[in-house]
Design a protein around this ligand. Structure first.
Ligand SMILES: *[C@@H]1O[C@H](CO)[C@@H](O)[C@H](O)[C@H]1NC(C)=O
Ligand SMILES: *[C@@H]1O[C@H](CO)[C@@H](O)[C@H](O)[C@H]1NC(C)=O
Ligand SMILES: *[C@@H]1O[C@H](CO)[C@@H](O)[C@H](O)[C@H]1NC(C)=O
Ligand SMILES: *[C@@H]1O[C@H](CO)[C@@H](O)[C@H](O)[C@H]1NC(C)=O
Ligand SMILES: *[C@@H]1O[C@H](CO)[C@@H](O)[C@H](O)[C@H]1NC(C)=O
Ligand SMILES: *[C@@H]1O[C@H](CO)[C@@H](O)[C@H](O)[C@H]1NC(C)=O
Ligand SMILES: *[C@@H]1O[C@H](CO)[C@@H](O)[C@H](O)[C@H]1NC(C)=O
Length: 349
């Protein structure tokens, strides 16, 4: 008897939150690749590519912020397709002044529509990068950087260290840069291969615990056979934002600029008893012997967030036998066998 009227939803995730090791996306990571494309008189030019190899976690507005620490006294002469947020103290340079002299530069993407000469392939998307599982073609962001006061050969160049990635807000941890086999490029006519002079990779992984100690969504439940709705638990996402929440339809809720996202991703929530940015409501519409049907409604209570390309990840024992999905694109993430067994024993109602 496989039909289940009760359900257990162990794991509901709305972008961009999940666990450090995510069983639904075990190899998920963001890889930042530096390809040295030429040596210069005092350094090198590198093209930097950020690939989001995650199944369902995209980098949403206001976009990524990438930082690192130079190993020596490197400076950034110029950048194409991105910029540092601060120039720092370049007072010791006469004549040409570098783009950035900070020991720890902080880089952000440019906005769409910048002049053509400031663009680079896959740049200028305001730091928004899709998840690979959602849209591989827009899962890459890239820029070019010209580094000075640096090594000028693969023996003398020192790799940048201590990479940090806000995607946006906390959550990502980046490993050390590692020299990897040089990237090979195929010319447009596919008749000749060229290669980077040197390549290094940095891999960043996401941890829900780093991102926030409270959940970001809650699940409420109702069904055709019962009038009462089981709401999200009180303070399901922690109530520490209770003091500066916004009463819906109040004057404040319609104030100009209230929808502007912040780089640190701090939400501005509508006042609710659960204080969650996202509520997922699960309504059982039908329950026959052979199948059941639910309607899922996702509600956003964060005024600063505008989810246009969202992904909802749900784990449920019966999803391995899903037959029809309306209004959603549906994609199974991993084979469900083990998880199904486990859940079935824990279902209630
Ligand atoms: C990053 O993700 C890619 C694509 O899934 C995978 O091939 C690669 O091994 C991952 N890297 C690490 C360090 O996990
Ligand atoms: C380096 O990163 C690129 C993605 O930009 C990936 O294709 C390649 O496999 C990575 N190399 C290693 C050795 O991880
Ligand atoms: C550096 O370049 C030399 C040839 O110029 C090559 O043999 C060596 O493998 C390169 N090393 C790295 C780390 O790329
Ligand atoms: C920066 O990286 C270096 C070498 O990878 C490491 O020794 C140092 O502890 C790091 N510093 C910080 C503040 O993380
Ligand atoms: C309807 O739901 C309420 C609250 O969850 C519960 O107390 C009640 O027993 C349910 N009634 C039926 C007929 O299932
Ligand atoms: C949400 O984002 C979409 C696409 O980026 C945009 O067209 C829309 O105006 C935005 N809405 C608000 C309220 O910011
Ligand atoms: C789940 O329950 C079935 C019987 O209902 C039992 O055979 C199985 O061992 C249980 N699995 C777990 C992981 O408890």
């Amino acid at each position: 008897m496989k039909s289940i009227c009760g359900l257990v939803v162990l794991f509901f995730v709305m972008l961009p939150h999940a666990a450090a090791y995510d069983p639904l996306d075990p190899t998920g990571n963001i890889t930042i690749k530096w390809d040295v494309v030429s040596w210069t008189a005092d350094g090198y030019v590198a093209s930097v590519t950020m690939s989001n190899f995650q199944m369902y976690r995209s980098i949403v507005s206001p976009g990524w912020t990438l930082g690192w620490q130079w190993a020596k006294k490197e400076v950034i002469w110029s950048m194409v397709g991105a910029q540092t947020t601060e120039q720092g103290d370049c007072s010791k340079f006469k004549g040409n002044v570098p783009h950035c002299c900070l020991r720890k530069p902080v880089v952000v993407d440019l906005l769409p529509g910048v002049p053509y000469n400031q663009q680079f392939s896959n740049c200028c998307k305001a730091g928004v990068v899709s998840a690979w599982g959602q849209d591989p073609s827009s899962s890459v962001s890239a820029f070019q950087v010209s580094v000075g006061v640096a090594g000028t050969s693969n023996k003398t160049v020192k790799l940048p260290m201590n990479f940090t990635l806000l995607g946006p807000g906390l959550g990502y941890t980046c490993g050390p840069a590692k020299v990897v086999p040089s990237t090979v490029y195929l010319t447009a006519d596919h008749r000749r291969k060229t290669q980077a002079l040197m390549t290094w990779n940095v891999t960043c992984t996401y941890s829900q615990f780093l991102a926030a100690k409270n959940p970001k969504c809650c699940v409420s439940f109702s069904s055709f056979y019962n009038q009462s709705i089981t709401p999200c638990p009180k303070c399901a996402c922690g109530c520490q934002n209770k003091n500066n929440c916004v009463v819906s339809d109040s004057k404040q809720a319609h104030k100009k600029g209230i929808n502007t996202p912040r780089k640190d991703n701090v939400p501005l929530l509508q006042c609710t008893h659960h204080m969650c940015p996202i509520r997922v409501h699960w309504h059982v519409k039908l329950n026959y012997k052979d199948y059941w049907r639910v309607k899922i409604a996702v509600t956003n209570f964060n005024y600063r967030m505008n989810y246009t390309q969202w992904t909802l990840v749900a784990q449920h024992p019966n999803l391995n036998a899903i037959t029809q999905v309306f209004s959603f694109d549906y994609k199974p993430l991993v084979p469900y066998e083990a998880i199904s067994e486990f859940l079935r024993n824990h279902s209630s109602l």
